[in-house]
Design a protein around this ligand. Structure first.
Ligand code: GAP
Length: 442
C-alpha cells in the first residue's frame, strides 16, 4: 500500500467530495453507522451491479433472491446464531466502556479512562440486534435484524427449487443489509453495525463440494482482478482449525491490503449440509433434493461466497487512491476506479461559457446520458476542472471548444494517462465503450 493511502486522507476525501458521511453527524454522529452520499451511493450501486451481473448473468445456473431482513426467530436458533454468535467482552467498571476481550490486554489499564484492574470477567455478548414485532413487547415478540443474508437463502431453498426449475448444482445470489452489534468500529466503514453483504450459496451434491469449493475460489479472485483491483493487493488466507466456524468444513478468506494492513474482504466457505439439515430439523419440513436422473435423494452441500459490499467500497477507494507527482512538481489526487464502477463515467466540459459552446456542450451531455453516467461542469479553468474529475475518479472528460462548432469533433481526455485525443462526436459513444471494455489499470 502506497504511503500516501492513509485512512485519514480517504476519510477526508470521502467527506469533502460526497462519498461517505458519518451517520447523524449534526447530532454528534452514531458510531458504527455511515451514510453514502451522492457519489458514494453510485459507487456502491455500481459495485453491487458488477457483482450481480458476474454472479447471475455470467453463469447459467445462478438465480437471485431478495429475502426480508426480519425473519422468523427460529431461523436464528436453527442457524446457531442465538447460541453461538458471540464475542467475549469485558466492561470497565469505572467508565463502563466495553471492549472485546481478545483485543485488549486485560492486565493493562483501561484504554478509555486509564484505570487499572477495572475490567469485569469476560462475558459472552451476542452480536445480533433484537427488536420486537407487533404491539406487545415481551419475550414472545422478540425478533432479530439478520446478521447475515445467507439464512434467507436457506429458508427459501425449497421455494426456489419448486418454482425455478433449477437443477443441482445451482446457486442463489442475494445482496442486502445485515446488522451486527460490533464494538470495534474504528477503521472507517471497514466494520460497521449496519452494512451490506453480497452472498451466493451454491448447492451441490455431497462429494462434489470440494470441486465446487475450488471452482468458486478461482472465480471470486478472478472477479476482483476483473474489477481492476491490483493483484498484488489481494491474497488468500486459509482458516486454521482454531478459526473455522463450527459449521465449516473448510474456509478461505480473500484478504486485501487495506491502509491498516491485510484484512478479510470476502469469505469462501464449505458449509457442508449443516444449514439445510438444521432448518429441516427446526422447521420440520423436508429440505432434501431429488435428483431426477438417479432418483437419489439427499440434503445438498453448500459452498458459500460471502463478500461485504460496504467493505468492497472501502477496498475500491483504497486501491484507487493515488497522489501522483506530475512534471514540474505539481501533485494531483486521482482515484483510478475501473470505468465500469466509477460514479461518473463521462464529464462534459465546455472550454468557455460563451459563443454557443456551452449550449453545444449541454446538448452533448444530454445526448450521452442514455449510455453513461454524465456530469456537466463549466466553472473554473479547464485544468482545475480536470483535477476535480480526477479526484472523484471520472475516467473520461470530453471538452467542447471552437473547433467543435466547425467539425463536430471533441477532445477526449483519459484520466489515468491524461492523454488527449480528438474524436468525432459520431464515434464518441463507441470509443468510450471500447476504452471501458479494454481498460487496464496502469
Ligand atoms: N454468511 C457468512 C458470513 O456472514 P462473515 O465472514 O461473518 O461470513 C462475510 O461475513 C463478509 O461480510 C466479510 O468478509 C466482510 O466483508 C463482511 N462483513 C462482516 N461483518 C461486517 C461488518 N461488521 N461490517 C462490514 N462488513 C462486514
Amino acid at each position: 500500500m502506497a504511503e500516501t493511502t492513509t485512512m485519514d486522507k480517504l476519510v477526508s476525501l470521502c467527506k469533502r467530495r460526497g462519498f461517505i458521511f458519518q451517520s447523524s453527524e449534526i447530532y454528534g454522529g452514531l458510531t458504527g453507522a455511515w451514510d453514502y452520499g451522492p457519489l458514494g451511493v453510485q459507487l456502491k450501486n455500481n459495485i453491487r451491479d458488477f457483482w450481480w451481473k458476474e454472479m447471475t448473468q455470467m453463469h447459467d445456473n445462478i438465480v437471485g433472491l431478495d429475502a426480508s431482513i426480519l425473519m422468523h426467530p427460529k431461523v436464528w436458533e436453527a442457524s446457531g446464531h442465538v447460541s453461538n454468535f458471540t464475542d467475549p467482552m469485558v466492561d470497565c467498571k469505572q467508565c463502563k466502556s466495553r471492549f472485546r476481550a481478545d483485543q485488549i490486554d486485560l492486565e493493562a489499564a483501561c484504554p478509555n479512562c486509564g484505570t487499572k484492574g477495572s475490567f469485569t470477567e469476560p462475558r459472552n455478548f451476542n452480536l445480533m440486534f433484537s427488536t420486537h414485532i407487533g404491539a406487545v413487547h415481551d419475550a414472545s415478540s422478540v425478533i432479530y435484524l439478520r446478521p447475515e443474508t445467507a439464512q434467507g437463502i436457506y429458508a427459501d431453498f425449497k421455494n426456489v427449487v419448486q418454482s425455478s426449475r433449477v437443477k443441482i448444482p445451482f446457486g442463489i445470489a442475494q445482496v442486502g443489509k445485515s446488522f451486527r452489534n460490533e464494538i470495534t468500529t474504528k477503521n472507517f466503514i471497514f466494520r460497521s453495525c449496519e452494512f451490506e453483504q453480497m452472498e451466493m450459496q451454491y448447492f451441490c451434491k455431497p462429494g462434489s463440494d470440494e470441486h465446487w469449493f475450488s471452482f468458486w475460489r478461482d472465480q471470486r479472485m478472478a472477479f476482483y482482478h476483473k474489477m481492476g483491483i491490483k493483484p498484488e493487493s489481494l491474497r488468500w488466507h486459509r482458516h486454521g482449525e482454531d478459526e473455522l466456524a463450527f459449521y465449516a468444513k473448510d474456509a478461505y478468506d480473500i484478504q486485501f491490503d487495506f491502509p491498516m494492513g491485510w484484512q478479510e474482504l470476502e469469505g469462501v466457505h464449505n458449509r457442508t449440509d449443516y444449514d439445510l439439515t438444521q432448518h429441516q430439523k427446526f422447521s420440520g419440513k423436508d429440505l432434501t433434493y431429488l435428483e431426477q436422473e438417479t432418483k437419489e435423494r439427499y440434503v445438498p452441500y453448500v459452498v458459500e461466497t460471502s463478500a461485504g459490499l460496504t467493505r468492497n467500497v472501502l477496498m475500491v477507494l483504497s486501491d484507487a487512491y493515488e497522489e501522483q507527482e506530475l512534471e514540474g512538481g505539481d501533485v494531483r489526487t486521482v482515484l483510478h476506479f475501473h470505468p465500469s464502477i466509477a460514479p461518473v463515467t463521462v464529464a462534459v466540459l465546455p472550454l468557455v461559457k460563451k459563443d454557443g459552446i456551452d449550449e453545444f456542450a449541454t446538448r452533448l451531455e444530454h445526448g450521452l446520458r442514455e449510455d453513461f453516467a454524465t456530469f456537466y461542469d463549466q466553472s473554473g479553468a479547464i485544468g482545475r476542472r480536470y483535477r476535480r474529475m480526477d479526484e472523484i475518479g471520472t475516467p473520461y472528460c470530453v471538452t467542447v471548444d471552437y473547433q467543435t462548432l466547425d467539425d463536430d469533433t471533441v477532445t477526449l481526455r483519459f484520466r489515468d494517462s491524461m492523454e488527449q485525443v480528438r474524436v468525432s462526436i459520431s464515434d464518441l459513444v463507441a470509443t468510450i465503450k471500447k476504452a471501458t471494455k479494454d481498460y487496464k489499470r496502469q
